[in-house]
Design a protein around this ligand. Structure first.
Ligand SMILES: [Zn+2]
Ligand SMILES: [Zn+2]
Length: 78
């Protein structure tokens, strides 16, 4: 049986697969509903919703004008 997300077989998952045990993301993109992985750029709004930078339809200038920062997801210190 292959994974419906990453198509790996035998219970293995690609690193970017939402079911991968090593994907420890705590934040999910409110646009595509995928986890925001370490190293990916994201923005966060005042409602504490996250979105991938790639998923939002804004220019970086507009984001800065609105007072948001484009941040990069860093490794969590467990
Ligand atoms: Zn998978
Ligand atoms: Zn997204």
């Amino acid at each position: 049986m292959s994974c419906e997300y990453c198509r790996q077989i035998g219970g293995r998952h690609d690193n970017r697969c939402p079911l991968a045990p090593e994907s420890r993301t705590n934040h999910y993109c409110s646009i595509c509903n995928q986890g925001i992985q370490n190293g990916e750029e994201y923005i966060k709004n005042d409602d504490c919703e996250y979105a991938h930078w790639e998923c939002v339809d804004y220019t970086r200038d507009l984001i800065e004008f609105l007072g948001y920062d484009v941040k990069k997801m860093e490794d969590y210190k467990m």
